[in-house]
Design a protein around this ligand. Structure first.
Ligand code: HPA
Ligand code: ZN
Length: 326
């Protein structure tokens, strides 16, 4: 295989990406016009100025509000297509994409329209963009466990398109154990399991995600650092953590990028990866996250390669696929 040109971005996998969080203001306005959905912002500039978040909840409020423009399968195709095009330019070769079905079905958008719409873009992602893909359906942890169970039922006719399940939205007060039953049912169906834990919630939530939900990766996991025994376990068990540095700064879980513990986590032997979370809202796609941490934390080329290698190791790819993607 030919070596990439020196200026080519590092090939990488993206493992923590909410497709709804890739809705750029320009696309939001064009979908709003296409669907006749009013937006409470005069223009994209005014919308962008609202991206000033105090914490996770203040982001989620806007994130859910703006989803009103996503109505049809075609909207979801356009959303995913726009992400894939940007991701390819930043070196993404494999993307494991979260979506939040309950945020759409609650607004009357059928589950099938969401999955089929996303699926149309993902079906041609290899050919158009050189990106292999997986879809991970996330449950909203601030909704009742029964709603997650009903969503898993709705997903059953579409499981050929869905690789795994995740858990996102407002964390504190919604511990992983609340979702023990739906995670067990998903495991029975052969679905892979991940969960957000330790973004704003305590280290105990990280432990619960592992022990009660049986997750294979932890999304974020930053607050695990408060518990040395837990860190030791994550190292020993090689549990991947999908970090999102620009997100952490924008949602004020860390002060500045220079304070980000990513480098300390690598030094401690944790299997960390770099991802973008909700790039339209947090000021950068995955390559921008690599670039930003490299600058702020003084990472060298070898450390950046290690992060990229980790991203493929932590992906839900089989061995041959992993080799091809790299
Ligand atoms: N955290 C929790 N839930 C989310 C996020 C996040 O960063 N983005 C979209 N849903
Ligand atoms: Zn996330």
């Amino acid at each position: 295989m030919a070596l990439p040109a020196p200026s080519a971005p590092l090939p990488k996998a993206e493992l923590h990406l909410h497709i709804e969080g890739t809705l750029e203001p320009e696309l939001a306005f064009s979908l709003a016009a296409r669907n006749g959905v009013p937006l409470p912002y005069a223009d994209t500039g005014e919308l962008r100025r609202a991206y000033d978040f105090a914490d996770l909840q203040s982001f989620l409020d806007l994130y859910y509000d703006l989803m009103a423009v996503l109505r049809t399968a075609e909207d979801f195709t356009d959303l995913a297509e726009a992400y894939l095009e940007r991701a390819a330019r930043q070196g993404v070769r494999h993307a494991e994409i979260f979506f939040d079905p309950q945020a759409h079905t609650a607004r009357g958008v059928p589950f099938g329209a969401v999955v089929e719409g996303l699926g149309r873009a993902l079906d041609r992602a290899e050919e158009r963009h050189g990106i292999s893909t997986r879809l991970i359906m996330c449950f909203l942890r601030d909704l009742p466990a029964e709603s997650a169970l009903a969503t898993l039922e709705e997903a059953k006719p579409h499981l050929d398109r869905i690789t795994g399940i995740g858990l996102d939205s407002a964390e504190v007060g919604h511990p992983p154990a609340k979702f023990a039953e739906v995670y067990a049912a998903a495991a029975e169906l052969g679905l892979r399991r991940v969960a957000h834990a330790g973004e704003e919630g305590p280290p105990e939530y990280v432990r619960e995600a592992l022990d009660v939900l049986g997750v294979e990766r932890i999304d974020h996991g930053l607050r695990a650092l408060e518990d040395p025994e837990l860190v030791e376990r994550l190292v020993r068990e090689r549990v991947p953590l999908t970090l999102c540095p620009l997100s952490n700064v924008r949602l004020r879980t860390v002060g500045t990028l220079a304070d980000h513990p990513l480098r300390r986590m690598m030094d401690a032997g944790l299997l960390v990866t770099v991802n973008s979370d909700d790039p339209a809202y947090f000021g950068g796609y995955v390559g921008d996250n690599y670039h930003a941490v490299a600058g702020a934390l003084g990472l060298d080329a070898g450390q950046l390669r290690e992060l990229a290698r980790n991203s493929f190791l932590a992906a839900f790819l089989d061995h041959d696929e992993e080799r091809r993607a790299r």
